[in-house]
Design a protein around this ligand. Structure first.
Ligand code: PEP
Length: 254
């Protein structure tokens, strides 16, 4: 079975004290994680080290960054490089979240560069894609998402894409309380897998973990994660509540 992943995206939330309390509360809960399961916490940059220290020694639990620069180093005030993240022994980085695409104008081409520099520094991208509401209403979401994937990822080799992590996040479902139905999620996830199968073959496509993101909570996680092509979730709001995220981790497919 490909990896089943519960990824928390804290975005720009929590004080350090609140972050530590949240992690401690989560660590007190029993999680049904096996070797095919991962829990990942995409935390703000200043919390990478303290959260990593709290999670030290936990099996299958990792910290992620929420972004990295497309540039190697130099005069880029306020940016964080992949090399810096590697030097913290980080293994995961979220790339192309729709909020960064919107507020920081990240394009598919720039994201291709971020993917490359991240992978060159042994970071696994959690690569986000997903359509805005007007595209969904026009019914062109499949080609929209396909183009995001092609322009940012199709220069990679089959080997690089084996075990890759994608997060499909329909923008109209992020932070809105409006979840895609499990049928809508499955339909898009199957499409994404098919896009990779056409280009790279079935073995690569089957190895890719495709997470769903968009108002996932404890109450809907089992149904969404139960879909055959949904391999877990990228979770914003509900990841800030220990009981919610705990239940979401335990909703991963066994
Ligand atoms: C996200 O930030 O990636 C997300 C899916 O947020 P939420 O779960 O709050 O919709």
């Amino acid at each position: 079975m490909r990896k089943q992943i519960a990824a928390a995206n804290w975005k720009m939330n929590l004080s350090l004290q609140q972050a530590e309390e949240l992690i401690k509360a989560l660590l007190e809960t029993n999680h049904e994680l096996n070797t095919q399961h991962l829990a990942v916490f995409a935390v703000p940059f200043p919390y990478i080290i303290p959260v990593k220290q709290l999670l030290n020694g936990r099996q299958n639990v990792f910290v992620a960054a929420q972004n990295c620069s497309a540039n190697k180093n130099g005069a880029y005030t306020g940016e964080t490089s992949a090399e810096m993240l590697q030097s913290l022994a980080l293994k995961y980085v979220v790339l192309g979240h729709s909020e960064r695409r919107e507020y920081n104008h990240e394009t598919n081409e720039e994201l291709a560069k971020k993917v490359d520099i991240a992978m060159a520094h042994q970071l696994h991208p959690i690569f986000c894609c997903g359509e805005p509401l007007q595209i969904r209403e026009a019914g062109t979401q499949n080609s929209y998402v396909e183009q995001q994937l092609k322009e940012s990822l199709f220069h990679l080799s089959a080997e690089q894409l084996t075990g890759f992590i994608i997060a499909y996040e329909p923008i109209w479902a992020i932070g809105t309380g409006k979840t895609a139905s499990s049928e809508q999620a499955q339909e898009m996830h199957a499409h994404i897998r098919n896009v990779f199968e056409k280009q790279y073959g079935k073995a690569v496509a089957d190895s890719i973990s495709i997470l769903y993101g968009g108002s996932v909570k404890a109450a809907n996680a089992v149904e969404i994660f139960g879909q055959p092509d949904v391999d877990g979730g990228l979770v914003g709001g509900a990841s800030l509540v220990a009981t919610e995220f705990s239940a979401i981790i335990n909703s991963l497919k066994k």
